[in-house]
Design a protein around this ligand. Structure first.
Ligand code: HEM
Length: 505
């Protein structure tokens, strides 16, 4: 009897699964016929149920800090610019093809969404906001946030200089001492980000800074660590996290919420007294502006955290990578030093200066090409659709993407394709930007309706810090013996083990 109780549901489940497969295959065939689609190259042909081979292959490469390089060198080079595979039993189409990137991000934007995976995994820390929402919730968040990012406070170099001074005063340099500059850069972008987006900087660059700020720094790092592991676990993400994560998310809220409640209270009072805050008012803050628009405390906290999350690690990644590449490339460093000296003659750069330092901007572009802070991303189809290329043995036919099907686009690989960038694609050569004008072949900030709204801020902040760093230190050298670069795929791409350099005045 018991056997029957077990057997019947099992058979029902199996039949259900078989029926869904048959239905899916029928749909796929009809849709593919109508749109001229062909199946993509299948990298899991010999492992078609669980995808264990590629799951282990990817996990092994990640542990060695070579996940992206492994995708580029071993998978795209073997299977072509678009191919399907199974990872942890889940099918995914991987692509580095600019035509597909254009479709996903721009021309067929409406066919894809960020998906529940990113939203759910990040919800403990971020709630739901611009970075992890889809549909109306995303459109509302974007419309609320976008105008605030164009205000002049977001390119205020005085703010950068203030925190840069604290950094310089506390970083121990000189006498050939090696130091991990990446750690300092992450603290710098956190201190700038919290001052811009909240009412108060976390001040983590001050060794003796407020305990609350340091706890916030710890909490946001811990919660981000959990998010990056969860993102890789597919449907099993809930198994990872636990007490540390709960404590970290609570600590983040404990830090942000009092400031938000204060801003909401102030906004209500100002409204009663008829004293609205105007755009150029020195009291302007991002948080204050949202409160003035009448948003509730919960929604404001989510917006602030989404922004901080999107802004902090990516900008730190860019600045740290530029410093590493300058230390390793004496010729480029010398040419940049000349440009900075000739243009500024020792004075502090303005926002306009940073925009006009041509070679500095080539260096930033080239760094974003080779080490894009957001090197890979994921979208899920919200209906049966197609991508322009990737189907058939040579990948030139359109390819069918079923509703719910995931597409991973790996711009790290697009940025290193020799057929796009030439034989020296993997070389750091800022001069290439004198002539190239790529479109969807180069997407460090993405494109289309979800293009990064913080691009100008990130470029201004990075440009300012690099110019000031070289003004401050006449010596910037790599370690001897050299330490090989390894990827650390956190929220953004960082260097595993840090960026070790010697600097001196
Ligand atoms: C070098 C630094 C930065 C890089 C390379 C970068 C890159 C990106 C990329 C690639 C995305 C799209 C992610 C995806 O959809 O999968 C994105 C989204 C976003 N970025 Fe940035 N970002 C940087 C700095 C910033 C800064 C400084 C801010 C804010 C002040 C910011 C705010 C955002 C926001 C809010 C989104 C979500 C936009 C949306 O989905 O509508 N980013 N960024």
């Amino acid at each position: 009897m018991l056997d029957l109780f077990v057997a019947l549901p099992a058979v029902a489940l199996l039949l259900c699964w078989v029926w869904r497969r048959i239905d899916f295959e029928r749909r796929r065939k009809a849709f593919s016929r109508d749109h001229g689609c062909l199946p993509p190259v299948n990298a899991s042909r010999f492992d078609p149920i669980l995808g264990i081979y590629h799951t282990f292959n990817i996990a092994r490469a990640s542990a060695k800090g070579r996940h992206l390089q492994n995708l580029h060198d071993n998978l795209f080079s073997k299977y072509g610019n678009s191919f399907s595979m199974l990872v942890m039993g889940q099918p995914i189409l991987l692509t580095n093809d600019p035509r597909n990137l254009q479709a996903i991000l721009a021309t067929q934007f409406g066919d894809f969404e960020i998906g529940t995976r990113r939203r759910d995994v990040m919800a403990d820390l971020l709630g739901v906001g611009i970075f992890n929402a889809d549909g109306d919730a995303w459109a509302h968040a974007r419309a609320t946030i976008r105008p605030n990012l164009t205000r002049k406070q977001f390119t205020d170099v005085v703010l950068f200089e203030k925190h840069f001074q604290v950094w310089m005063n506390h970083m121990p340099v000189g006498q050939g001492k090696l130091l991990d500059v990446q750690e300092w850069v992450f603290r710098f972008t956190l201190d700038v980000g919290t001052e811009l987006l909240c009412d108060k900087s976390a001040d983590t660059l001050h060794p003796e800074g407020a305990a609350a700020g340091h706890r916030f720094g710890w909490a946001i790092d811990t919660a981000c660590d959990v998010i990056s592991v969860r993102m890789q676990l597919g449907k099993l993400w809930r198994l990872y996290g636990g007490r540390d994560n709960r404590e970290a998310c609570q600590a983040v809220r404990d830090y942000i919420d009092p400031m938000v409640h204060e801003a909401v209270k102030r906004a209500k009072l100002a409204k009663q007294l008829g004293d609205g805050v105007v755009e150029d008012d020195p009291r302007y803050t991002f948080l204050g502006a949202l409160a003035n628009e009448g948003l509730g405390a919960e929604e404001i906290s989510s917006h602030v955290l989404n922004m901080l999350f999107a802004a902090r690690a990516s900008t730190a990644s860019l600045i740290s990578s530029v410093i590493r590449l300058l230390a390793e490339n004496t010729r480029v460093q010398t040419r940049l030093r000349h440009e900075i000296q000739d243009s500024l003659n020792g004075r502090l750069p303005t926002y306009e200066d940073v925009r006009n330092l041509t070679y500095l901007n080539y260096i930033i572009k080239e760094t974003l090409r080779l080490y894009p802070p957001a090197p890979q991303s994921l979208r899920a189809a919200i209906k049966d659709t197609t991508l322009p290329v990737g189907g058939g043995p040579d990948g030139t036919a359109p390819v069918f993407i079923p509703k719910g099907g995931e597409v991973g686009f790996i711009i790290y690989s697009t940025h290193r394709r020799t057929d796009i960038w030439g034989d020296d694609a993997d070389q750091f050569r800022p001069e290439r930007w004198e002539t190239v004008k790529p479109l969807f072949q180069y997407l460090p900030f993405n494109a289309g309706p979800r293009i990064c709204p913080g691009q100008s801020l990130a470029q201004a902040e990075a440009g300012y810090v690099i110019a000031r760093f070289l003004q401050e230190y006449s010596v910037l050298k790599p370690p001897n013996p050299p330490r090989p670069y390894r990827e650390y795929l956190h929220i953004s791409l960082a260097a595993k083990g840090g960026v070790w350099v010697t600097v001196d005045r």
